[in-house]
Structure formats: structure tokens, C-alpha cells
Design a protein around this ligand. Sequence first.
Ligand code: SF4
Length: 121
Amino acid sequence: MILIEGAAGAPSIPGLITDPADPMLRVTACTGAPGCPQALIATRSLARRLAPGLGTHLHVSGCAKGCAHPGPAPLTLVGRADGTVDLIRNGTAADLPSRTGLAPASLTALPALLTETDHAP
Ligand code: SF4
């Protein structure tokens, strides 16, 4: 977050969030692929797609290191080597997932997958 004095009325800058209700403020994502050699998925594009359907904070991590948000989050998605993601509830990117192998496209099409209650295996 930055403060730009006298910026009121200035032309908008693509990607700059100026609305405190912007859904992008509900997501945190690391660099992800292709910027990070450790990344197993493209984190930022997935976070952008999911942000509008979220009711809570989501952390999207390219791997279990969780660089962008080391602490727990209500929802965390962690990339897997096969391009799918694991879902961790109320934990960090390194914690045990409650759902594994979710296709990123399924999360975009069915955001309820992020809010539904998990069932015991
Ligand atoms: S969490 Fe993993 S993929 Fe994301 S920036 Fe850190 S090392 Fe790279």
C-alpha cells in the first residue's frame, strides 16, 4: 500500500487499486509461474479470476513455501506438480490440505468449491 499525495483526479493507472471495496483486496498471491522457478502454477491470474466470487481472504501460492503470506489464511490454494491445486482451510501453504488435486478451471466455474464443507474421507 502506498500514499500518493495530490493524486485525486489523476488518470487511473491500470492495475492500481483505489477502491477499498475492490475484490482484489481479498486475495494474496506470490509471483508464481513463470516468474518464480519454484512455482508449479500461475498464481496471479488464478487469484484475479477467483477474487470476485470470494467472501473471505484467499492466498494463492505457487508452492508450499507460501512466500506471499507466511501466516494462516481462511483459504489457501497451493500449486501441485500436475498443475492442479490443493485447498487448505484456516492454515498456511505448508499445512495439510482438506481437498487435493482441484483443477483451477473448476474453481473458476464453481467458486462454491471454496466454501463448501469438506466431508471426511
Ligand atoms: S511460494 Fe513458491 S512459487 Fe511462490 S514465490 Fe515462493 S518459492 Fe516461488
